[in-house]
Design a protein around this ligand. Structure first.
Ligand code: FPP
Length: 243
């Protein structure tokens, strides 16, 4: 099988990585930024056009004030430090989530970088910030409801395609591969609608240790999967024979 077009990652284990070294949790997040840089570079090298990273969930707001502040600050620094790379490598930045909850300064910076990189099309790097899939679906349902009440769509016109267009991920293909690090085997409210047919890959390493090798292991594993999308194995063989 070919390379995935869209890789999504739940970057987990920063806290445990730090704890094992008797370091503050934020040290794990700082090392996590270096892993982000490695993975972006490797996805570019493999010509993977969509990478989506779960950087801050809607539930993460409940962490200590100091950890939330540190994460917001790291994200801000990341946007500034990577902008030259985004231009050099033609990376378009994209964000999903409830951005209204972000600190105003980070929101402004994000919008600035979204606009600055909008011309690029080699890779779309989507950061999920203040993101929760259930919240996304509820916001989409409200959007559809508003259209319905305004008389812009009829009940019969509401189908999967129309509903998807109200999700934050509008315009992005569904992920082909979802990776979660740190040994946890759950999807934690990430892209629940979009991963209906996504291949899942769980690895035990903590996110700060994730590198080119661990990404390549995931890609090789993905290439050995048989994606059936509800068809039989025989149908899949004949479908691929046709293409
Ligand atoms: C999960 O590990 C990770 C996070 C909540 C934050 C992820 C953030 C980064 C990798 C750095 C900033 C991101 C970008 C895109 C620049 P955890 O803290 O839940 O780890 P634990 O489960 O071991 O406690």
């Amino acid at each position: 099988m070919s390379m995935p077009r869209h890789v999504a990652i739940i970057m987990d284990g920063n806290g445990r990585w730090a704890q094992e070294r008797h370091l503050p949790r934020i040290a794990g997040h700082q090392q996590g930024v270096l892993a982000v840089r490695r993975v972006v570079g490797e996805c570019i090298r493999h010509e993977i056009p969509y990478l989506t990273l779960y950087a801050f969930s809607s539930e993460n707001w409940q962490r200590s004030e100091s950890e939330v502040e540190a994460l917001m600050s790291l994200l801000g620094h990341y946007l500034v430090s990577e902008i030259d790379l985004f231009h050099q490598q033609q990376i378009r930045l994209n964000v999903i989530g409830d951005l209204e909850r972000l600190p105003p300064a980070l929101k402004t910076l994000l919008y600035e970088k979204l606009v600055e990189t909008a011309v690029h099309s080699r890779m779309t790097l989507t950061l999920a910030l203040s993101y929760g899939a259930r919240d996304e679906v509820v916001r989409a349902a409200r959007g559809v409801g508003r259209k319905l009440l305004a008389g812009d769509v009829s009940l019969d016109q509401i189908d999967e395609r129309l509903f998807s267009s109200f999700l934050d991920t509008e315009g992005l293909p569904d992920p082909d591969l979802l990776i979660r690090t740190s040994g946890e085997k759950r999807v934690s409210n990430f892209l629940l609608w979009q991963i209906a047919y996504t291949e899942l890959y769980f690895c035990s390493c903590f996110w700060p240790d994730f590198d080119e090798k661990t990404l390549n292991d995931a890609l090789i594993d993905y290439q050995q999967r048989c994606r059936r999308f509800g068809l039989t194995a025989e149908q899949c063989v004949s479908e691929s024979d046709l293409s």
